[in-house]
Design a protein around this ligand. Structure first.
Ligand SMILES: Cc1cc2nc3c(=O)[nH]c(=O)nc-3n(C[C@H](O)[C@H](O)[C@H](O)COP(=O)(O)OP(=O)(O)OC[C@H]3O[C@@H](n4cnc5c(N)ncnc54)[C@H](O)[C@@H]3O)c2cc1C
Length: 473
């Protein structure tokens, strides 16, 4: 019997395990163990449920345009548990000049595709609007080299679009500095739109035209919204994955210290336990940790992995009694451009976006701090972060009420940074792995940070490993 060890029980490791479980059910003679350092399976996905509240410590939803998370949910019997965002409260605001201004209608991933809402929007100055419109006439870049998000947006749409939209909305998703983050690896659709259509606006209009000529999808009772989640939180997905893998051994509180070569296979050193041996090892931990584990077994890969950096963020879930609450919470929430000089990066109005996550008579918000440009704020003590958030919410939203609870979650060095040249670095890492057959890497560090990307990557890596084990025909 062949043995596979997966190190790390985050969503990538669990998706990988599920694909191996499928193969075991199809008759493959494989033993598989998932070793997880903490007591919790799910990694960054961590749902807390108490007193009728549902609080997500990390991610709260995933994008539906990438199909892999939805496909996995369907496979594990969660199709009817998928749920979208509130269709009645879809506005997103930008806090600018000490007030909330709505993002104009007709923005397709930040690119204007409707003239009137954009022209009438108070979010941009006339000079800023004209500069964005110049995208229609400006020449393309002329090469296909990677560049930073800031340089790309500045070149195509101008400085104001960068500061008021791209930086808080796009760089915010990655908790990154737009001056260093790779456009090619984070928003490849923009990069490709310029390559193909020269102009981002023309590219967005072409995409809209294509979508309108596709056969209409019959509307079911719950059509997918841009972001989807599960009724009982994202934890429902990771909990169900464990249930659906009865032939996999999941070992919590089993931290791995190192990996070394062992004949034609591998030896996995554990913290305080006897080492394990395996034919295949799949490392599904953050890149920096994989770098440490592989230092002796695969020094070249390890050195390259060290180049992938992570930054710290913190999320703060804060709930209030609805009675007397100062704000209508009429939307999904707001983002704050850096030049507003505030400490808050963004705030989701959770009880408007996902109304079933709070009990009757309450509202809940989720605030974000830290990231590449203000990391030190996320590294403060929980009491300091709580005080900072209360003060920010008082000044920005006029909230003076005492909360029912305020929970601060630190994500220390948790947000991976895809910097300019990321795709080349990953290609180099993958090529270096050819020197260590039987060793694989998966997770958010490589081909996409979102949950659908991690599910896809974990599944693909499991398939590669299974192929390597399959007897030659
Ligand atoms: C605050 C925050 C909000 C986010 N929001 C969203 C969102 O809304 N939507 C979205 O799609 N994505 C979101 N993301 C991104 C997404 O959640 C992550 O990219 C994804 O969950 C990472 O999964 P992973 O399996 O690669 O790694 P992880 O979840 O980090 O899992 C790695 C696992 O390895 C374990 N481990 C570490 N070291 C060892 C060791 N030595 N031995 C054994 N085990 C070890 C860890 O304990 C962990 O469980 C968010 C991320 C963060 C931090």
């Amino acid at each position: 019997m062949k043995k596979i060890i997966i190190i790390g029980g985050g969503i990538a490791g669990l998706a990988c395990a599920y694909r191996i479980q499928e193969e075991i059910e199809n008759g493959a003679d494989i033993q598989c163990e998932v070793l997880e350092a903490s007591g919790h399976f799910g990694g960054k996905i961590h749902t807390e449920r108490f007193d009728g509240f549902l609080v997500e410590r990390g991610p709260d939803s995933f994008i539906s345009q990438k199909p892999w998370a939805i496909q996995l949910c369907k496979k594990i019997g969660l199709a009817d548990r998928l749920t979208g965002t509130n269709p009645d409260q879809t506005k997103t605001y930008v806090y600018t000049g000490k007030r909330m201004v709505t993002m104009p209608d007709g923005l397709s991933l930040m690119i204007p595709t409707k003239f009137m809402p954009f022209a009438l929007s108070p979010l941009f100055s006339w000079a800023g609007k004209i500069r964005m419109g110049m995208d229609l006439f400006l020449p393309g870049k002329g090469d296909d080299k990677d560049e930073s998000l800031a340089s790309f947006i500045r070149r195509r749409l101008g400085e104001e679009a960068l500061r008021k939209m791209a930086e808080p909305m796009l760089a915010g998703i990655y908790a990154s500095d737009p001056e260093t983050m790779s456009i090619k690896s984070t928003f490849p659709m923009f990069f490709q739109a310029e390559q193909k259509y020269r102009s981002l606006i023309l590219g967005a209009l072409a995409r809209k035209r294509q979508a309108s000529t596709q056969p209409a999808v019959p509307k079911g009772p719950s059509p997918f919204t841009l972001f989807m989640t599960l009724k009982n939180g994202l934890g429902e997905m990771t909990e169900r994955l464990l249930e659906k893998c009865p032939n996999i051994s999941f070992r919590p509180n089993t931290g791995v210290n190192g990996i070394s070569k062992n004949g034609s296979g591998w030896k996995v050193e554990l913290k305080g336990e006897d080492p394990l041996s395996a034919d295949i090892v799949i490392s599904a931990v953050p890149a920096g940790i994989s770098a440490k584990l592989l230092r002796t077994a695969a020094p070249k890969t390890s050195g390259l992995l060290e180049k992938i950096k992570y930054v710290s963020t913190a999320t703060v879930s804060i709930a209030y009694k609805k009675e007397g609450f100062a704000h209508p919470l009429n939307g999904f929430g707001f983002v704050v451009p850096r030049n507003e000089g505030r400490q808050l990066l963004a705030c989701t109005w959770t009880s408007s976006k996902f109304p079933s996550r709070v009990p009757e008579g309450h509202v809940m918000l989720r605030c974000f701090v830290g990231g590449a440009t203000r990391e030190e704020l996320a590294e403060q003590a929980p009491e300091e972060i709580e005080a900072m958030i209360k003060s920010e919410l008082r000044e920005v939203m006029g909230i003076t009420q005492e909360p029912v609870f305020c929970k601060v979650f630190h994500n220390r060095k948790s947000n991976v940074q895809y910097r300019v040249g990321h795709a080349d670095l990953i290609a180099e890492i993958e090529s270096s792995l050819s020197e260590t057959p039987g060793l694989y890497l998966t997770g958010s560090a490589y081909h996409g940070i979102g949950i659908p990307d991690c599910v896809h990557d974990g599944t693909l890596v499991a398939e590669k490993a299974l192929q390597a084990l399959a007897p030659p025909v």
